[in-house]
Design a protein around this ligand. Structure first.
Ligand SMILES: *Cc1c(COP(=O)(O)O)cnc(C)c1O
Length: 711
């Protein structure tokens, strides 16, 4: 086989996002040229653009690159041809039409900047697991040409935001073409003119992802910017974005001749899809309004993601009218009637239109994202069903999970291959799979973990040097930061959005105790922080700034670091390398949280408030709990209690267990907890388990309902 065909194969591999969860494929690019790989922000197609034929030859022989390319290529072929769920018989064969899965963001890889945080990563993990399991699912989203902002801290530690320009030509996706080779576009009429959008298509393993792009010449300036940035712009931008996502998404599917068997709204941004699908059933199948509403309700799933009121999109009625009037007309309803569906009190002109309310009134199957969040959501939305008791509010829960192949370090996966047998990869959701963990030699597991911690430290130092250089710090400082952090210290990671309820600064409320904690001779500790504050969140930026300033003072300097520009790449290094993952939300505001789930499979331990997923995961032997499940109505008192509880568990439990070493330097009790953590949680908080739950509890019932009513 000629060398050219290897480069061709690499290009083909790059075009299916399957590579994003196959580290052995990513390693091919990195091994070919590590510096360039970093320079193109881990984008395979950008990497190959500048790749010269002759570069492959010496490298290929040196590192058996050619056989690795062949192997990966063949595996992708096998993967795409493997039987799907619908081929396997049984109830799943009812799923002969795909789920249309709507999300305003998809976090699949750091090189594809169409996500901001947890919601997007969840959507990315969902579609990857659907592909692995052979669940027919089409992701629907928006292609933001500026993405989400990149974060920098200035020399005072103030967050600065910069928007990049996404290099569309090197993304692993393509414009969908019509038969006469024109770019496929959809249109949506509004009172303020027609919105047009071009359709892009990406392959995610065996699933397809459809992304809409409003930056087309048919649009006016305003509408061209609709898909500029994620969660940017004013209310009008937001509602038109959401119109594009929900209504435009379904129109794109129709243009592609894809008839969805179920609609899954990942958060309320895409709620207008429910109206559009009703229109479609009325115009195409001749249903009347009530019949169409009923059918849409039966085939739709709505996942709500936050108990924070501000997290639920609300719009002025006038704005809704501007945006939805033509669609209302097509379903033969007055705009007021449509707006009333999104109100707690129909007819109350002063009440805004709420996307969540609209969805709750329009969809049969609704779920929160953890057991606790389900309960909190039932309480929160009881007002929609005032004559029902709280436990009768029709909101259930499916706890979030994470995509194991994406987040598990390759070295850990190899250890499991050797000790659990390769089959573990096909049975991630099965508790039995993980019991073999207990037979792994403690020193072997500890060594694997130490290695990952060293990798995190090298990564952090490299980033710190870049950050200091950009801030124009002196040569000495730059040399200094390249020696920050130590592999001997207990390493505590904290990375998430800097929303104030997450309380990144909880420990800072007692500086005396914090200083003592750092000065404990013989028990070195260190913190790695990362996370963005929303551009409009000044209090969040203040928290970031106070951490930054503290990190420059003794005794914290060199042992408390902040990595800028938290993204999937930073997250991956952190969740793989920390000893402890710290999570301090004000209960019960963290609906689920997923970053701690990524830590589990890599051998890190969680130390968390009993909120979100941790409230149902913690069993006393698989990590550390901060405080109890009670909460005080005064947040200041609650903060004080949680702070004391946090110091207490760190000082009296975490540190002693971590530094209690046997003659070979192994912390036996700690390693036992690592094993307990993996065995009890890796399967349960996997996206495989999650998608199977959605399949059984939501998608199959929806598919059955559609079949029953099929005319
Ligand atoms: C996993 C992840 C999140 C979500 O983490 P939470 O625990 O829900 O805060 C956010 N951002 C990135 C980059 C992630 O990888």
């Amino acid at each position: 086989m000629s060398q050219k065909s290897y480069v061709e194969k690499l290009r083909k591999l790059s075009r299916n996002l399957w590579w994003t969860w196959h580290p052995e494929v990513i390693a091919i690019y990195r091994d070919l040229n590590p510096v360039r790989w970093r320079g193109v922000h881990h984008s395979p197609l950008a990497f190959l653009e500048h790749f010269e034929e002759w570069e492959l030859v010496p490298r290929a022989e040196e590192m058996a690159i050619d056989s690795r390319i062949n192997y990966a290529f063949n595996r992708l072929q096998e993967y795409t041809k493997a039987p799907r769920l619908t081929d396997l018989g049984g109830p799943s064969s009812l799923m002969n039409q795909p789920v249309a899965y709507f999300s305003a963001e998809f976090g699949l890889h750091e090189s594809l900047p169409i996500y901001s945080g947890g919601l997007g990563i969840l959507a990315g993990d969902h579609i990857k697991s659907a592909s692995d399991l052979g669940v027919p699912l089409v992701g629907i989203g928006l292609l933001y040409f500026h993405g989400y902002f990149r974060q920098y801290l200035d020399s005072e530690g103030r967050q600065r935001e910069a928007y990049g320009h996404t290099d569309l030509e090197h993304l692993p996706m393509e414009r969908v073409r019509t038969e006469d080779k024109e770019w496929l576009k959809i249109a949506i009429e509004t009172e303020e003119g027609v919105i047009h959008a071009g359709v892009w298509r990406a392959e995610v393993g065996r699933c397809t992802m459809i992304l809409l792009d409003s930056n087309v010449e048919e649009n006016n300036e305003f509408d061209r910017e609709l898909t500029a940035t994620l969660y940017g712009g004013d209310r009008k931008t937001r509602i038109r974005q959401e119109l594009l996502l929900g209504v435009g998404g379904l129109r794109a599917l129709a243009a592609l001749n894809i008839e969805p068997g179920a609609l899954h709204l990942n958060e309320g941004h895409s709620t207008f899809a429910l109206l559009e699908h009703a229109r479609c059933l009325m115009e195409r199948d001749g249903l009347d309004w009530d019949e169409a509403r009923r059918e849409v309700s039966q085939m739709s799933v709505f996942t709500t993601h936050t108990p924070v009121e501000a997290g639920h999109d609300r719009f002025d009625p006038a704005l809704v009218k501007q945006t939805l009037s033509p669609l209302a007309k097509r379903v033969g309803r007055s705009i007021d009637e449509i707006i009333d569906i999104g109100r707690i009190h129909p007819g109350n002109q002063a009440e805004q239109f709420c996307m969540t309310t609209f969805a709750l009134r329009s969809v049969n199957t609704v779920n929160g994202v953890s057991g606790l969040h389900g309960r909190v959501s039932r309480r929160m939305w009881n007002r929609l069903w005032p004559d029902r008791a709280e436990h009768e509010v029709p909101i259930g829960h499916i706890t979030n999970g994470v995509h194991v192949p994406t987040w598990m370090a390759p070295s850990v996966a190899q250890l499991f291959d050797a000790r659990l047998g390769h089959q573990w990869r096909d049975k991630i959701h099965d508790p039995e799979t993980w019991l073999g963990i207990h037979d792994i030699n403690p020193s072997e597991l500890w060594e694997a973990h130490q290695l990952l911690k060293s990798r995190l430290i090298s990564f952090a130092r490299r980033r710190l040097v870049t950050q200091a250089t950009r801030r124009k710090e002196g040569k000495e400082t730059v040399a200094d930061v390249s020696r920050f952090l130590s592999s001997q210290a207990l390493t505590i990671g904290f990375a998430r959005r800097f929303a104030t309820y997450k309380r990144a600064d909880l420990l800072l409320g007692d500086m005396e105790r914090l200083t003592k904690f750092f000065n404990n001779i013989g028990y070195p500790v260190q913190f790695v922080f990362a996370g963005k504050a929303h551009p409009a969140d000044e209090p969040g930026k203040d928290v970031l700034q106070s951490l930054f300033q503290l990190s420059r003072e003794e005794p914290f300097r060199g042992r408390m670091v902040i990595l800028e520009d938290y993204d999937i790449n930073v997250a991956r290094h952190m969740v793989q390398g920390v000893d402890i993952w710290l999570n301090t939300p004000r209960r019960p505001l963290e609906a689920s949280g997923t970053s701690g789930e990524k830590v589990v499979m890599n051998g890190g331990l969680n130390c968390s408030i009993l909120d979100g997923w941790w409230a149902e995961a913690y069993d006393g032997s698989n990590g550390f709990a901060i405080g109890t499940k009670n909460h005080h109505r005064d947040p200041e008192i609650q903060d004080q209690r949680d702070r004391d509880a946090l110091f207490s568990v760190l000082e009296h439990t975490v540190v002693p267990i971590y530094f209690d070493r046997d003659s070979e330097g192994i912390p036996q009790e700690w390693v036992q907890m690592m094993k307990n953590s993996i065995a009890t949680m890796a399967w349960r908080f996997s996206a495989n388990r999650m998608v199977r739950d959605y399949l059984d509890q939501c998608y199959l019932p929806a598919a059955c309902a559609v079949q029953r009513s099929s005319r």
